[in-house]
Design a protein around this ligand. Structure first.
Ligand SMILES: *[C@@H]1O[C@H](CO)[C@@H](O)[C@H](O)[C@H]1NC(C)=O
Ligand SMILES: *[C@@H]1O[C@H](CO)[C@@H](O)[C@H](O)[C@H]1NC(C)=O
Ligand SMILES: *[C@@H]1O[C@H](CO)[C@@H](O)[C@H](O)[C@H]1NC(C)=O
Length: 370
């Protein structure tokens, strides 16, 4: 396994990022609905994996820093695992905030720019636990956020309260588990421990002052090109998808429980004091599973319904000898992958990541949450 391949393998799914950030009392919403009257700056802080990384992994380690990544946007490789924009970009645009600065290049941007936007701590290939990539797991990503809060970073408490955290957990923990000593019998307990760790991470982000936290559910991993390739990209693996649904079920149960606790605490707080200013925090789940599957099955409505992918499971860029080789070349510089003519015609960009068009369409089912 070459390094790129190994890296990509772990790049899978876990995109834990949080859309943190809005005030409880409706200020954030009103500013969202009346952008021209915006009074408050909001920021986006992002945690997780390749579904939300916008350039943290620098050359030579990232395939996302190689052609043809980035051909649609920004026109050259930018460290995004797509032909163009990813979830973070659509979330930022929707919230009306500047795209958060990738943590790795924070020193290259001016302090002003840093003050205007949030920070993206997400690294492709990472999970809530350690994976095969020597990159910060989610705990460490949150450590970086915590250090920033304590440093003289120009980041006020108010900035943080009015921000959104986007947390992407897309599956790298599972690909690593399966690639190492993970047994089939051990998978369910492992799913439990992943979800428990996600909840620990979400609570920590909340304690650090972020009021609105948005976490991704797992997408239909059994439909990823890397798994459907043996069947000519024709059918999803239902066994894998049923494990995904178990993860999503546990996550929803845990998030519902936590939200209830938060509401009760706030309730007892406001009845024991005359202050009604305690702002509510809340955690939201992005239903990536349903968003992706409805596009794959061509059952979307509205704008999404108009666009039906002819071969929804077939990626635009796919390795010849290994599905993970999009972006790789051999010693002579020959491409080890095939590239489609029009990335807009594909839902999947490479073996595990959507195209910009794919993200754009999927995002339309998330707008009510963000
Ligand atoms: C995350 O990485 C740090 C630093 O390598 C390590 O100490 C910690 O145990 C890891 N946390 C988890 C939950 O795997
Ligand atoms: C593999 O097994 C070792 C020893 O039993 C354990 O410490 C480790 O966490 C396991 N790795 C995974 C990914 O489950
Ligand atoms: C689905 O995935 C499982 C787990 O990787 C594998 O054992 C099984 O053979 C796959 N089924 C099909 C039909 O590919």
């Amino acid at each position: 396994m070459d390094f790129n391949l190994k890296l990509l393998f772990t790049f899978f799914f876990f995109t834990v990022s949080l859309f943190s950030g809005q005030g409880s009392a409706g200020g954030y919403y009103s500013n969202r609905h009346h952008r021209s009257h915006r009074l408050r700056a909001t920021k986006l802080f992002v945690f997780g994996d390749s579904y939300v990384d916008t350039g943290n992994i620098l050359v030579p380690f990232s395939s996302a820093q190689q052609f043809p990544y980035g051909i649609t946007f920004p026109g050259k490789p930018s460290g995004r695992f797509s032909d163009g924009r990813v979830l973070t970009d659509f979330a930022g645009k929707h919230l009306g905030v500047k795209s958060p600065i990738p943590f790795s290049i924070r020193n290259e941007v001016g302090e002003e720019r840093l003050k205007e936007s949030g920070i993206n701590f997400a690294f492709g290939g990472t999970g809530v636990f350690d994976t095969s990539v020597p990159l910060p797991n989610m705990t460490t990503q949150i450590d970086l956020f915590e250090q920033l809060r304590h440093a003289e970073s120009g980041l006020s408490n108010r900035d943080v309260h009015l921000s959104v955290a986007l947390v992407s957990v897309s599956g790298n923990d599972y690909s690593f588990y399966l690639a190492t000593n993970g047994s089939a019998q051990g998978l369910k307990p492992f799913i439990n421990s992943v979800v428990n760790q996600v909840m620990i991470d979400l609570k920590r982000i909340k304690r650090l002052g972020v009021k609105k936290i948005v976490v991704t559910g797992l997408g239909p991993l059994g439909c990823l090109p890397i798994f459907t390739a043996p069947f000519s990209f024709k059918q999803c693996n239902q066994t894998i998808n049923s494990f995904v649904q178990f993860h999503n079920f546990l996550l929803k149960q845990a998030v519902d429980k936590l939200n209830k606790q938060i509401t009760n605490q706030q309730h007892s707080y406001s009845s024991s004091s005359s202050s009604s200013s305690s702002s509510s925090s809340k955690i939201f789940i992005l239903d990536v599973y349903d968003a992706f599957l409805s596009l794959i099955q061509g059952r979307g409505s509205g704008r999404v319904g108009l666009l039906k992918f002819k071969t929804p499971l077939k990626p635009c860029c796919f390795g010849v000898s290994s599905g993970f080789n999009c972006g790789s070349v051999d010693e002579k510089g020959n491409k080890k992958f095939v590239l489609c003519n029009d990335p807009k015609s594909a839902f999947f960009w490479d073996s595990v990541h959507p195209t910009q068009t794919g993200w754009s369409l999927a995002f339309s089912s998330f707008t009510s949450i963000l």
